[in-house]
Design a protein around this ligand. Structure first.
Ligand SMILES: [Zn+2]
Length: 711
């Protein structure tokens, strides 16, 4: 689902974080390849055999087959892709099942937008069909009309207000100008945050509908040539997408915390309208072709300079000059979705699962999102299959997962995690990929304890551009820094691995049950996200014509899984984790001081963080030279992540239980660190901030005691 990363924002927050980091960590990379192995020699041979298998040509075939038809969740075409994936899992020797869930999903019956000028003359009717010159896929009658997952139904006519990206600060700026949103339709451009956040704030401020459009400044001609002449969004391209309030909880709206299995009685599901992760207002996505007449006719104050997009006229805030009529008839039903689960049973630690997953459902053809991920995963599975034929068996159980209904709100993964929450307390990792390949630039996000692990994996995989994936990753990051900021971060030979926010299937694993997780992708110019043009023709023309990056991702994804499944000692790096936690606390303290919030005692949290850091140093030594009971060492290492889970969850969103990471209530995709504390400070709630500091301190104490129990 996620792709629209506000890169400059991420970079600023990185710089802000760096400013509070006491000292850069030494690079462990080169010296510690094979960290977690008593003798890496035998494993290195297995890895070489594995890396030889994933095939660019076969990955390209998978991609062509998976993207032949639109395959939105719960459609017959989605079921066909489930059967294709299941067959490939079985061919490789995985114990495979197709796992159904019954979940609430909307499909559009009628979605209509009309605009009228001040004289009452109709100036626009939409949505118009997505169309460019020569695209071979666009005329498929199964291409779903542009709509938003989780949109409300209704029929409203109202004046319009332009709200830029629909960030909290954008809405606050409108309020400061005394522009009232009650009874209005809000027009937002995509970008900078998760689309559900734009709708969430609009609903809170009294709007009756939201129009979301793709401004050419953000992913169209302002960036470069538009499809079919280049990779960027054409005039008629629309970004579909879910507006579920997934920062409250993801998954089936009717069953937070419970799996929506087929036999779950209706009486165990929430009555319609009571679920807090569903908007109550209409939301409709538009191309800039359809949004432009509305924006052009809009009167009121001129938009601030930063709000001006790339359409050829001055933007105004409204209201006035134009009225819009929205019709949304959404067919909400409990529908069947299908996860595909394939297992390779571990020989030594069968209860310790290494889970690797990617979603399969797409808004339309989904070449990049998500089929590039599925094609790569299938070649990882192919590699495991060849190892199995040669007699290899993993020490831990490997579980490959093809999720359904991710696009509607991480539904297939969330229901599966809720069903297996108990067993997942022993799972040692969840590796995700979603938008696996949109171009050549590798990127990764992960829990701090796996950042070094991911760097090591990428040092063992060749890049199609020459050298290792790691080397190219480092190159692309230093290019990025030079282009985006004049004062580049330190020229350290260590690549930056991001933090996990939300927007893909790692969320239930990491933020609900505390499985150490990561997410990887290979990125490039990509302006057709969630449109009919994210198809095989666009992919081969713009992203990866010879499927060499699919092969690269198959190798990285498979190697993560393989190395984690066979290690002697779990390679979690709690030294880095402790270092980052100290920086988060220092940054929150500075923020509270800047906000003049009043007396807030960060002392106990800092003492506990220091205690955790000391315990992390000790355990690191033990991980390097393990003596004695390694099963116990591994259990302690695993339980340390669980110690960060707070049973009560975050204030107002108890489904999110990680005390260190959550999707931001007002960012959605981007991570908020120590969310309980930071969001209380943002809300200027001194009492809650103090209480949440207590929760954090307890979690750090639990984690330190867990590590110390190894002594
Ligand atoms: Zn996706």
């Amino acid at each position: 689902m996620t792709v629209y990363k506000p890169l400059p924002l991420l970079l600023f927050s990185l710089l802000a974080t760096l400013a509070f980091v006491p000292a850069p960590l030494p690079a462990q990379s080169a010296s510690s390849a094979g960290f977690g192995y008593l003798d890496f020699t035998a494993q290195a041979k297995i890895e070489q055999k594995f890396l030889a298998v994933p095939s660019a040509e076969l990955a390209g075939q998978h991609l062509r087959i998976l993207t032949a038809e639109p395959h939105m969740a719960a459609t017959p075409e989605d079921r066909k892709t489930a059967e294709y994936v299941a067959q490939k899992f079985r061919d490789a020797g995985l114990e495979t099942e197709i796992v159904p869930y019954r979940v609430l999903l909307n499909q559009p019956k009628v979605v209509r937008v009309e605009a009228f000028d001040a004289a009452g003359k109709r100036i626009m009717t939409g949505s118009n069909r997505e169309r460019v010159e020569g695209d071979p896929y666009q005329d498929d009658p199964r291409v779903v009309m542009p709509f938003n997952g989780s949109s409300g139904s209704g029929d409203v006519t109202a004046e319009v207000v332009y709200a830029n990206y629909g960030r909290l600060e954008d809405y606050d700026q409108l309020a400061a100008q005394h522009i009232d949103l009650h009874g209005k339709i809000v027009l937002c451009r995509y970008g900078a945050n998760f689309r559900g956040v734009k709708v969430y704030i609009a609903e809170q401020r009294g709007a009756v509908g939201v129009l979301l459009y793709s401004d050419p400044q953000d992913d169209g001609y302002y960036k470069g040539d538009a499809y079919p002449n280049g990779p960027w969004r054409p005039e008629t391209g629309v970004q579909r997408g879910s507006v579920q309030y997934l920062f409250k909880y993801p998954g089936d709206p009717e069953t937070p915390g419970t799996a929506s299995t087929l036999d779950l009685p209706d009486s165990s599901r929430m009555p319609a309208g009571e679920s807090s992760n569903q908007p109550h207002i209409i939301s409709i996505p538009l191309s800039y072709h359809d949004a432009a007449p509305i924006l052009r006719a809009l009167k009121g104050p001129g938009a601030p300079q930063g709000w001006q997009g790339a359409l050829p006229f001055r933007y105004h805030l409204g209201p006035g000059g134009v009225r819009v009529h929205l019709v949304s008839q959404q067919d909400y039903q409990r529908r069947i979705i299908w996860d595909v689960i394939g297992k390779i049973k571990g020989t030594e630690h069968p209860d310790e699962w290494v889970v690797a997953g990617n979603h399969r459902d797409a808004w339309v053809f989904g070449a990049v999102d998500p089929s590039s991920g599925t094609a790569a995963m299938l070649e990882s599975v192919h590699g495991m299959g060849v190892l199995l034929q040669q007699g290899w068996r993993p020490k831990r159980t490997i579980v490959f997962c093809s999720w359904d209904a991710e696009e509607e709100g991480l539904i297939g993964s969330t229901e599966w995690v809720e069903q297996h929450a108990k067993a997942l307390e022993r799972a040692v990792a969840y590796f995700n990929t979603d938008v696996a390949v949109s171009g050549p630039d590798f990127s990764a996000s992960s829990v701090p304890s796996l950042k070094e692990f991911i760097r090591q994996i990428t040092q063992a995989v060749p890049s199609p551009l020459g050298g290792t994936v790691y080397r190219q990753w480092l190159n692309s990051q230093s290019d990025e820094n030079q282009h985006r900021v004049s004062k580049a971060p330190p020229a350290a030979e260590v690549v930056h691995v991001g933090d996990l926010g939300s927007g893909s299937d790692f969320t239930p694993f990491f933020q609900h049950v505390g499985v150490p997780s990561s997410d990887i992708g290979s990125e490039g110019p990509y302006g057709v996200y969630h449109s009919a043009f994210d198809n095989f023709a666009w992919y081969t023309q713009n992203a990866d014509p010879n499927f060499l990056f699919l092969q690269e991702m198959a190798r990285v994804f498979g190697l993560e899984t393989l190395r984690m499944a066979d290690c002697d000692v779990l390679p979690y790096d709690y030294v880095t984790y402790a270092h980052e936690i100290a920086a988060y606390i220092a940054a929150a303290r500075r923020k509270a001081e800047d906000a003049n919030l009043g007396p807030l005692d960060f002392g106990p949290a800092q003492v506990s963080a220091a205690r955790f850091a000391a315990a992390a140093e000790k355990i690191h030594t033990l991980q390097t030279k393990p003596t004695g009971d390694m099963d116990r060492l591994n259990l302690v290492l695993r339980q340390t992540e669980t110690a960060f889970i707070s049973p009560a969850g975050l204030p107002n969103r108890p489904w999110y239980r990680h005390t260190l990471f959550a999707p931001g209530e007002f960012t959605g995709y981007a991570a908020v660190v120590i969310p309980g504390v930071n969001e209380a400070i943002d809300a200027k709630d001194l009492k809650l901030a103090a209480q949440q500091l207590g929760v954090l301190t307890q979690a750090l104490d639990r984690a330190a005691s867990t590590l110390d129990s190894m002594r």
